[in-house]
Design a protein around this ligand. Structure first.
Ligand SMILES: Nc1ncnc2c1ncn2[C@@H]1O[C@H](COP(=O)(O)OP(=O)(O)OP(=O)(O)O)[C@@H](O)[C@H]1O
Ligand SMILES: [Mg+2]
Length: 237
């Protein structure tokens, strides 16, 4: 289970008057235990959702307080945390490092005890699962934005993380592939924590967190959470 204890995230911001940098609060203080298998995080642009998501695998470290993943502390055991908690970025280019899809997924598989042939077969199977079988050797930069997002998901799933944190996993996808990815995420055995602007996806979670101005302003039942977010955004239900 992931547990945040009194977590505060701050950053330095330049003083427009040329004085010393000021400390600004990005998130917190937040105390949470994240045990449900499906958790959705919703909120306005700039509210702190990605900051919260990145705390969960140590991509962002707390300025004070602690984030624990089972027996691991994200500040002390970052590499072990990232093996346990996979992260899918909003922008796939932040995550894709190899020239071709098959190489990118194979890189994700490097820790598994596989021969290079087995790794290649496993990488192609992971690509096929996301409709990218015929794109395996196409240069990554030539893929469409949606195809790159599917590739990013294939690469992170290939590592078989115990927990998957997805930051807007379907933002770039057309209706058909959004449905495919939604079903795939819904069917995974592992815990999935998703930042999303897709309120239908949020409604399928077991628990919804609403973030506003760096604070958790709602935590609980998805239907109530989505209603509270709509009210916050002054959108009629
Ligand atoms: N390192 C940083 N230094 C200064 N400000 C930061 C830093 N990281 C994030 N912020 C600010 O913190 C706020 C929250 O950012 P965050 O990326 O968590 O928002 P978000 O809820 O994910 O928004 P979006 O829906 O647009 O993705 C934003 O105003 C952002 O500019
Ligand atoms: Mg974000």
């Amino acid at each position: 289970m992931i547990a945040l204890d009194d977590v505060l995230v701050t950053a330095y911001s330049p003083d427009p008057d040329g004085g010393a940098d000021r400390v600004v609060r990005l998130l917190g203080p937040v105390t949470l235990e994240l045990a449900e298998r499906r958790i959705a995080i919703v909120g306005a642009n700039g509210s702190g959702k990605s900051t919260l998501a990145r705390l969960l695998n140590g991509l962002v470290l707390p300025s004070s307080g602690t984030v624990r993943v089972d027996d691991l502390d994200t500040a002390r055991d970052g590499a072990a945390v990232r093996r346990r908690v996979g992260f899918m970025f909003t922008d796939p280019d932040a995550q894709l490092v190899m020239p071709t899809p098959v190489e990118d997924v194979a890189l994700s598989l490097r820790r598994l005890p596989l021969t290079s042939t087995e790794r290649d077969v496993a990488a192609r199977a992971a690509l096929a699962r996301l409709g990218l079988a015929d794109r395996a050797e196409v240069p990554v930069h030539a893929l469409s934005g949606g195809q790159r997002q599917l590739l990013a998901l294939a690469s992170v799933l290939a590592t078989e993380p115990a927990v998957l944190v997805c930051d807007e996993p379907t933002t770039l996808l057309d209706l058909r592939w959004r449905g495919v990815v939604d079903r795939l995420l819904d069917d995974l055995d592992q815990q999935v924590i998703t930042v999303t602007h897709d309120l239908d996806a949020a409604l399928r979670a077991q628990r919804v967190l609403v973030i506003d101005d760096g604070a958790v302003v709602f935590d609980g039942d998805p239907a109530d959470g989505v209603a509270s977010y709509r009210a916050l955004m002054q959108v009629p239900t």
